[in-house]
Design a protein. Structure first.
Ligand code: P53
Length: 467
């Protein structure tokens, strides 16, 4: 038997998002984003969404881990790890502080020019998300976020400006991070961060959600077309939060219910990868009597603006029972935050997505949020993180070498410790690089290498053979 391996040009790297690392929330002409009005929370304690920045409240994203000033030092560490690529996002509010200006903010554009140059100096390919939960707050206050079709134009203007500016520096793009989070419209944080809309404040939250989604699908298609026009070498992908939901048992009703629940995810990639609304959604609208406003030409636009690849995050799987809904899977363990650890689910997810769309896939997030302990000698022995990543990488390699999935790369989440999205904590850590910064805002921001740093360095150097 011949030993098959990952392709030589496989994009190993790491991922973060602007608002979770940069800080400098009001520096360089940056305007406030929706993330700048999220207070700190904890496991089981929701982050509060305040209407504006309120004096005396704690907003962890204002400072984050100050990548804004530390990016040279941090990128040097990424180079030491051997990164082939680095995924982050462009903070929309650095480029268009309010969102509806006609002219971009040069200082913001310059920041990303400098940061991309620093990456390219080490041959690290930037992988860039246009909108990672950080739309301008002004667009929420003035226009009602993505409920307004006008926001499509503002987004496309932003996309065109950055495509034009970085067309010779950035090849891989994604439109909306985890666009499907807002399908869970009951949780205010998700709708607010995906789209600037708290769906439960609306008379018909689900209808509003579908209207918002339509606007984003149109915006995504327009961005794809703009990128092709500006530089055909650029590739624009979509981004899905992929948590497979298994039937709790082989009872036919459980199996059917799992299929129905998975449509809540596949809807997004069905539209963004195939270019049209799937039949099950059209029927859902018909049943509920939803009217989704569309303009002439939208349908064609969706068909023309399909994504070149599918980026996705994978952290966990779930199970579902027909009568009870989502339920813990007794066959897998969970993290301290209740996220169920399932490496095989990653291979399953890769196969499901590849067989459904037959387009390249990119694992743009995966990882283990955990409390880390700094020993007296300064070392951090995060064997639990190594175990999690090793097990997932093994399954990922099987998907490529056994199942034949076309996989572009792997960028574990929070390669440097950053602010948790769901809880706003620093103590929920993912990094290979530790940042001395704590939930109460204390810490000197110094960086240090965890045990997983040397381990991941070896993984990359051996192209996944030394695990
Ligand atoms: P934190 C749910 C399920 C899977 C991934 O999350 C998710 C979520 C929450 O939307 O979010 C992604 O920091 C997201 C990142 C986020 C990361 O997962 O709460 O794209 O911004 O930080 C991890 O532990």
């Amino acid at each position: 038997m011949k030993e098959l391996t990952l392709p030589k040009d496989f994009l190993w790297g790491g991922a973060v998002a602007a608002h979770q690392v940069e800080g400098g929330w009001n520096k360089g002409g940056k305007g406030p984003s929706v993330c700048d009005v999220l207070t700190g929370g904890a496991h089981g304690v929701s982050r509060e969404i305040t209407e504006q920045v309120v004096a005396g409240k704690y907003y962890p994203n204002h400072e984050a881990v100050d990548f804004y000033s530390h990016y040279k030092e941090d990128i040097k560490l990424f180079a030491e790890l051997g990164f082939k690529c680095f995924r982050t996002s462009i903070a929309w509010t650095r480029i268009f502080p309010q969102g509806d200006e006609l002219q971009p903010n040069e200082e913001g554009l310059q920041f990303y020019d400098d940061m991309f140059d620093e990456l390219l100096k080490y041959n690290i390919e930037p992988v860039i998300t246009l909108s990672h939960f950080e739309m301008p707050l002004h667009l929420v206050q003035q226009y009602g976020g993505w409920t307004s079709r006008r926001v499509v134009d503002f987004f496309v203007r932003f996309a065109e400006v950055v495509f034009e500016r970085y067309k010779n520096k950035v090849k891989y793009w994604m439109t909306f991070n985890e666009i499907n989070n807002q399908r869970n419209w009951r949780v205010p944080l998700f709708g607010y961060c995906c789209s600037g809309v708290v769906f439960t404040d609306h008379d018909n939250p689900q209808e509003t959600m579908y209207q918002v989604l339509h606007h984003q699908f149109v915006a995504s298609a327009l961005a794809v077309k703009a990128a092709r026009r500006i530089n055909p070498e650029m590739q624009v992908g979509c981004m899905l939060a992929m948590s497979p939901v298994y039937p709790f048992s082989c009872k036919p009703e459980d199996v059917m219910s799992a299929q129905e629940v998975m449509r809540e995810r596949y809807l997004f990639t069905d539209v963004q990868m195939r270019g049209y609304y799937p039949s099950y959604v059209l029927k859902e609208w018909e049943h509920h009597g939803f009217t989704i406003n569309m303009e002439a030409g939208d349908e064609q636009l969706l068909r023309e603006g399909t994504c070149a690849y599918l980026g996705f995050s994978y952290y966990m799987s779930n199970a579902v029972k027909a009568e009870e809904g989502k339920i813990a899977n007794p066959h897998v363990k969970a993290s301290d935050w209740g996220w169920q650890i399932d490496p095989v689910g990653l291979r399953y997810a890769l196969c499901e997505l590849y067989e459904r769309y037959q387009k390249p896939l990119f694992i743009v997030e995966n990882g283990f949020g955990a409390y880390d302990k700094v020993e007296d000698d300064g070392s951090i022995n995060d064997d639990y993180r190594i175990d999690y990543l090793r097990a997932h990488i093994k399954e990922m390699i099987k998907a490529v070498t056994v199942d034949g999935v076309d996989l572009m790369g792997y960028t574990p989440w929070g390669c440097i410790d950053c602010v948790s999205f769901t809880t706003g904590q620093y103590s929920k850590r993912y990094g290979f690089i530790y940042v001395n910064k704590h939930d109460d805002g204390t810490g000197d921001m110094s960086r240090s290498r965890k045990k997983s740093f040397a381990w991941y360095q070896g993984v990359i150097a051996s192209n996944g053979e030394s695990l």
